[in-house]
Design a protein around this ligand. Structure first.
Ligand code: NDP
Length: 323
């Protein structure tokens, strides 16, 4: 038997024993050692959001562990691997279990320089923050261009985005609604911290040009306010909806300031982009800062942790110990 957190049609999810050979299709079987907690996992385990497309569903968008069996020569038994996104916990059973099976095409080799536990400290959140940075660089952003804003800065995506941008030499402004997180955000490298209330109220369609670029994890009015305050020719990487999935904006920043809005998805992100992002995470994200924002929690506490992440009560990243 293996322990797993499973959602049925009566939320929240609960810890159950599953038969060790009751596994989905796939050619790689993984003994899972660590998983992680993302905002989406909070929605899933509590039942607050409809993440699972079918029930019962093993929750957890991420997993990391050791290959126990493989029918694919590209993935050897004993290799340390991770899987993030690809519909885990949505369309196929996820990472909150001690054993999982996936197609080899979903498997990422543990990047050199990171432990399995550290890959889950990064997880979907960190991958997303690196995809945001890469997209902004693709739009021409370089250190020295001016301040780069990160919204939802104390969260998983936000805190790792602050750390990454600062370590790459960018001047980072962190927007947060969590005063308690200010010391941590400074430690991660934020040069300036603003209160998220500044961005929460509707303003003029074109405001003062404040930031060269932004990473937005909040959406809704926050994203609209950010777009209105980006400097001429700048870009915003939009990846989240912690404040809502609407966008009450005008086209003026796009057509009068040449601002670009870049959509970021980590779930179905293709393997070449993914591999490049993971190898940059291993080299560009200071491990000491990663450890600083990480807490390790047991699988048995996952529903409580899910409630906390939805309530905005968790700073940084949670690694889930599934053993
Ligand atoms: P977290 O809960 O860790 O972080 C979200 C942060 O947003 C909070 O810490 C808080 O930061 C801020 N926040 C929360 N509620 C509100 C609100 N009502 N209004 C304004 N700000 C708020 O979540 P994650 O970092 O895991 O995910 C962030 C977002 O990104 C989520 O919406 C998630 O679904 C999305 N996401 C998207 C991915 C993709 O592939 N596109 C992948 C991963 C995540 P503070 O207190 O500092 O303001």
């Amino acid at each position: 038997m293996v322990r797993a957190v499973v959602l049925t049609d009566v939320p929240p999810a609960s810890l159950v024993d599953l038969a060790a050979d009751d596994l989905p299709d796939g050619d790689v079987t993984i003994d899972v050692r660590w998983s992680s907690l993302n905002y989406k996992d909070g929605l899933a385990v509590t039942g607050a959001g409809r993440i699972a497309r079918k029930l019962p569903m093993t929750c957890g968008a991420d997993l990391a562990g050791t290959v126990a069996a493989s029918e694919n020569p590209a993935v050897r038994v004993g290799a340390e691997v991770l899987v993030t996104g690809w519909g885990l916990s949505e369309t196929r059973p996820g990472g909150y279990t001690q054993r999982q099976r996936v197609p080899a095409s979903m498997v990422t080799a543990r990047p050199e320089g990171l432990s399995l536990r550290q890959t889950m400290a990064i997880g979907t959140a960190g991958l997303t923050s690196m995809l945001c940075v890469t997209a902004l660089e693709g739009a021409g952003l370089r250190p020295g261009a001016g301040p780069v804003l990160v919204t939802g800065a104390s969260g998983g995506v936000g805190s790792l985005a602050v750390a990454l941008l600062a370590s790459l030499g960018y001047e980072v402004t962190a927007s947060t609604g969590s005063p308690d997180a200010h010391p941590l955000l400074r430690e991660l490298g934020a040069a300036e911290i603003i209160d998220r209330a500044e961005l929460a109220a509707p303003g003029r369609p074109l405001g003062k040009e404040r930031w060269a670029a932004a990473i937005d994890t909040v959406g809704s009015q926050t994203l609209a306010s950010v777009l209105a305050s980006i400097r001429y020719g700048g870009a915003v990487a939009a990846c989240g909806l912690a404040g809502g999935n609407d966008l009450p904006a005008t086209v003026l920043p796009f057509i009068l300031r040449g601002v670009s809005l870049l959509g970021i998805d980590s779930v179905m992100c293709p393997p070449d982009l993914r591999d490049a992002a993971w190898s940059r995470l291993a080299s560009d994200l200071p491990v000491s800062l990663l450890d600083r924002v990480t807490q390790v929690e047991p699988l048995s506490d996952i529903v409580k942790l899910g409630e906390q992440i939805l309530a905005g009560e968790i700073s940084g990243r949670v690694v889930v110990d599934v053993q």
